[in-house]
Design a protein. Structure first.
Length: 365
């Protein structure tokens, strides 16, 4: 082989080696890139997996806590377990009076025509048995009791008549009337599962935390139109049932709604009431409104016209008035507007300081 051919062969070998070297470098670079890419992807996947696992664990833990809490909620005594035939009939009649009050006492009532046409059930859901639905869980166990609103010890007859005169904007019943006795019998029986002097779990209305701002009726109107008007109507007058005796969905303001002396006219009561009960279908475990939405809707509803009631004998000790009682006079410097819509935290703090000062003064004596 001559020199020229040898040079050509060596050149070809050199080129092949360079090609192999270049190919190897490219392969290594690609391999390194793929390792880095998949390592990042796998790490992210594991991180996301861990996050999802943590989220599922947290949700499951919350669900267990909620279920344990709800397992302790008050449950009414079962009417079907009553063996006394006469008592059972009376309790069942009382339940029907609570559930369909207007059929007996409304404008077209069969017994008397003394109310606005709303049912007790419109405010005390499921005939007063729903958890946080303004139920009767603690009524029998806590009455008779001293009430600061009247400044007197009240019995159940007075309590029922308060609802008749305020929430139903009507007239009181006599203590010996058959219907009054039946309603009392029902309330006492379903609450008989709670020891005297004890509060039932999830009784009455849930106490929402105060906002850091005033509740806003303007925001509330937007929310009301979106979430409430389909049942209670844009004009707030509700929907009458076909028999025209009671409401399928009650009026929230106007002539036929509860008056200014009703408990639900206090914004905190209305906000707490709708939080776990409205819109229709909402429950404690599945609320449909945020706290802020509840406060703002309450502010809107309570800003509108309704029947008035003489409250001159209410709260004989004005220092005992609730923070959100919407009518003066007050024992503090805050206006009626702030007492009605908030913000309530400054009023709460001022009230606390006054109570502490009064305690110190009392201890010195």
């Amino acid at each position: 082989m001559n020199t020229e051919k040898q040079n050509i062969v060596q050149l070809k070998l050199l080129v092949k080696r360079l090609i192999y070297l270049f190919t190897t470098i490219i392969f290594l670079v690609m391999a390194l890139f793929l390792v880095l890419f998949f390592n990042s992807t796998i790490t992210t996947w594991f991180q996301n997996s861990e996050t999802n696992t943590d989220s599922l664990y947290t949700d499951a833990k919350k669900k267990v806590i909620l279920q344990n809490e709800m397992a302790k909620f008050w449950k009414p005594a079962d009417i079907d377990l009553i063996t006394d035939t006469i008592l059972k009939q009376e309790v069942e009649y009382g339940k029907d009076l609570i559930a369909h009050t207007a059929k007996y006492f409304g404008p077209n009532g069969s017994v008397k025509q003394i109310s606005n046409g709303m049912n007790c059930n419109n405010c005390h859901l499921d005939a007063g048995t729903k958890p946080w639905g303004n139920n009767y869980g603690s009524v029998y166990s806590m009455y008779p009791k001293m009430r600061a609103r009247s400044g007197q010890v009240e019995n159940l007859y007075k309590r029922v008549n308060d609802c008749m005169e305020r929430s139903l904007n009507g007239q009181p019943l006599q203590e010996d009337e058959k219907e009054m006795k039946a309603m009392i019998a029902y309330i006492e029986y379903i609450g008989s599962t709670v020891p005297k002097g004890k509060e039932a779990n999830a009784a009455g209305i849930y106490d929402l935390e105060y906002l850091d701002r005033a509740a806003n009726p303007i925001k509330g109107k937007v929310l009301y139109d979106a979430k409430c008007a389909s049942c209670h109507q844009v004009n707030g007058q509700g929907i009458l049932a076909e028999d025209k005796k009671e409401y399928t969905y009650p009026p929230l303001w106007g002539t036929n709604s509860y008056n200014s002396g009703a408990g639900l006219f206090r914004i905190s009561r209305f906000a707490g009431y709708i939080k776990y009960n409205m819109p229709l279908g909402a429950t404690y475990e599945n609320p449909q409104l945020s706290d802020e939405e509840s406060w703002d809707i309450a502010a809107y509803v309570e800003s509108l016209e309704r029947p008035s009631k003489d409250l001159s004998k209410d709260w004989p000790k004005i220092s005992k008035k609730p923070i959100d009682h919407p009518f003066g006079p007050y024992s503090d410097k805050y206006s009626e507007t702030q007492h009605k819509f908030g913000p309530f935290k400054p009023i709460k703090e001022a009230k606390k300081k006054m109570e502490e000062a009064a305690e110190k003064l009392k201890s010195k004596k």
